[in-house]
Design a protein around this ligand. Structure first.
Ligand code: NI
Length: 160
């Protein structure tokens, strides 16, 4: 396992689309382990492979709630329901936060870390995290969806 470098704002890879994973092999499993380790180190709720420089459709999420630690490979959101207005941030934009409108509930189909297809329904924070990370796989960033007037830029000096 290893901590990987997180690509940050201004890195053009963040605007690129990720490719489908054809085979969940040892290399993908190592990527997943590294992504979890990296996400935990930086206190994230979710991380997509593009954020560590790999243009493959791989996402890890851990909201901290029981049953909400997920690996999503080649995810597809097949249903969205309702709306929630939420505060959002991103490990690639460590000092920026803002309010954004997300679906309140999503149904997603994906492969797990063993390459097995599964379907799950997610609400609230987990739904938000899934939408945020799936956007990353499409080269879309939360910063473009922030509600006008809600962007907050945190001075890193204030966090010490
Ligand atoms: Ni993000």
């Amino acid at each position: 396992m290893a901590i990987r470098t997180i690509r940050e704002e201004g890195d053009e890879i963040l605007r690129k689309k990720s490719r489908e994973v054809e085979k969940v092999d040892e290399k993908i499993k190592e990527l997943i382990n590294d992504m979890f380790e990296t996400m935990v180190k930086y206190n994230g709720v979710g991380l997509s492979a593009v954020q560590v420089g790999v243009l493959k459709k791989v996402i890890v999420i851990d909201t901290g709630e029981p049953g909400e630690r997920l690996v999503l490979i080649n995810p597809k959101i097949i249903k969205e329901k309702g709306e929630q207005t939420v505060e959002e941030g991103c490990l690639s934009f460590p000092n920026k936060f803002g309010k954004i409108v997300r679906p309140n509930e999503v149904t997603v189909v994906a492969l797990d870390e063993n390459g097995k297809e599964f379907k799950t329904k997610a609400k609230e924070l987990l739904a938000q995290a899934i939408c945020h990370e799936v956007d990353h796989l499409n080269g879309e960033l939360f910063i473009d969806k922030i509600l006008p007037g809600t962007l907050e830029i945190i001075n890193p000096e204030d966090q010490k």
